[in-house]
Design a protein around this ligand. Structure first.
Ligand SMILES: Cc1cc2nc3c(=O)[nH]c(=O)nc-3n(C[C@H](O)[C@H](O)[C@H](O)COP(=O)(O)O)c2cc1C
Length: 393
């Protein structure tokens, strides 16, 4: 029998699914409900000094949908509106009621030692399991020199990590931004400052678009807008890439996230090096109840593979990721056309000839391949509207 139980830095998780720091963790009441419903833990909505003002804009969300399904969410939400004392009491309440659940405090403050340490010292007095330093919020905060402004500056990231580490009585994760040229250099600096682990990714800085009728921004706050943070399914490949790069360069625990909407996404994050995963947008779209499918799906998968726990899955894909230079250039696949499915629409022929090669032609309603001209790029297999093309040896 496989188990979803796991342990990270001595913290016991009943399952690897955590709510990410976001609206689903903005109140004790909601977290209480999520724990009842089976979540393994929660990262609290980012806690800040009480004197840091949080004036929200309305509206603060915009989405891109495909066939009615939200593909991505852009938000310009700020941080927790609650006081530090609210969280101190709330953590005590939650831990007493749910002793087996993991609670991680996300924190952020201006670049002043006392402000960071003050929050940590107060939370040290609670049964909190770990800290997550939010060096990565891409909107609102960077213009106040915090959030992503910290996580894109190595020196300041090192400084704050050291300040927190010098007083924290629990492990310290640092939540990284994908909005950097290379996530590994900032991670290395933070590791040298003795962070205990990473959380990645926070949202991807974005601008959702312009309404061509009104010529105003899609996320329209009284005629104006600002850059926001993109999350949900569309950012998953960026999250995968960041987590894999972190794992290739560090052995520290990673809380992976970005676009997880089902157990398959979570399993891939684990295979790419995550020790546990966090989820926000999918919960905002479909509610806490998704936890049942996540848990049963992952457990069944582990069993079907003969794995005892997620430790057997963790990192398994990392050796498969290498540099372009090391890829086997002698391997060459060719399109194989399923004549039953092909409707001779000619799209593959057109695209092949307009995107570099001239390897396909339509002759008597039949798509034919000229192997000599085919580079094996696979574009035809992706654009075929009938999925009639497969790449084969
Ligand atoms: C509305 C909203 C609010 C968020 N607030 C926070 C926050 O307070 N602190 C934080 O570290 N991340 C925050 N995030 C980022 C999420 O925790 C997460 O890193 C990101 O959304 C990617 O995961 P997802 O694709 O599962 O949503 C927020 C995200 C959203 C959509």
């Amino acid at each position: 029998m496989a188990t979803l139980k796991t342990s990270i830095l001595g913290i016991e998780f009943e399952n690897p699914f955590l709510l990410a720091s976001a609206p689903p963790t903005a109140s004790i009441e909601s977290i209480d409900k999520a724990f009842e419903m089976g979540w393994g833990g929660a990262v609290l909505k980012t806690i800040t000094p009480d004197d840091l003002e949080m004036f929200e804009a309305s509206p603060r969300y915009a989405t891109i949908k495909e066939n009615g399904k939200v593909i991505c969410l852009q938000n310009i939400e700020l941080l927790s509106h609650e006081t530090i004392q609210y969280w101190v009491e709330g953590i005590k309440y939650l831990k007493k009621k749910h002793p087996t659940k993991v609670i991680i405090a996300s924190i952020m403050a201006p670049v002043e030692r006392k402000k960071w340490q003050n929050i940590v010292k107060k939370l040290n007095e609670t049964p909190i399991d770990a800290y997550e330093l939010n060096f990565s919020c891409p909107h609102g905060m960077p213009e106040r020199n915090i959030g992503m402004a910290i996580g894109t500056n190595t020196d300041i990231s090192i400084l704050i990590t050291s300040w927190v580490k010098s007083v924290a009585t629990k492990p310290v994760f640092v939540k990284l931004t994908p909005n950097v040229t290379d996530i590994t250099w900032i991670a290395k600096a933070i590791e040298n400052a003795e962070a205990d682990g990473f959380a990645a990714i926070n949202t991807v800085q974005s601008f959702l678009g312009i309404d061509l009728d009104t010529l105003e921004p899609v996320l329209n706050i009284d005629g104006h807008s600002t850059y926001g943070g993109l999350s949900g399914e569309a950012v998953k490949p960026i999250g995968f890439r960041c987590v894999a790069q972190l794992r290739q360069n560090s052995d520290l625990p990673i809380l992976g996230m970005g676009g997880i909407s089902n157990w398959q996404d979570a399993a891939q994050y684990i295979a790419l090096g995550s020790d546990a995963v966090q989820i926000c947008t999918e919960v905002m779209i479909n509610g806490y109840g998704i936890i049942n499918g996540l848990k049963s799906g992952l457990l069944n998968y582990l069993e079907s593979k003969g794995f005892d726990s997620i430790s057997d899955l963790k990192n398994i894909a990392i050796p498969k990721i290498t540099s372009h230079e090391k890829l086997n250039k002698k391997s060459h696949l060719y399109p194989s056309i399923d004549k039953e499915k092909c409707v001779s629409c000619g799209k593959c022929v057109k695209i092949c000839s307009e995107s570099e090669y001239h390897a396909l032609n339509l002759d008597k309603n039949c798509v034919n391949l000229n192997k000599e001209s085919c580079a094996g790029c696979s574009l035809c297999s992706h654009i075929c509207p009938k999925e009639a093309i497969k790449m084969c040896c």
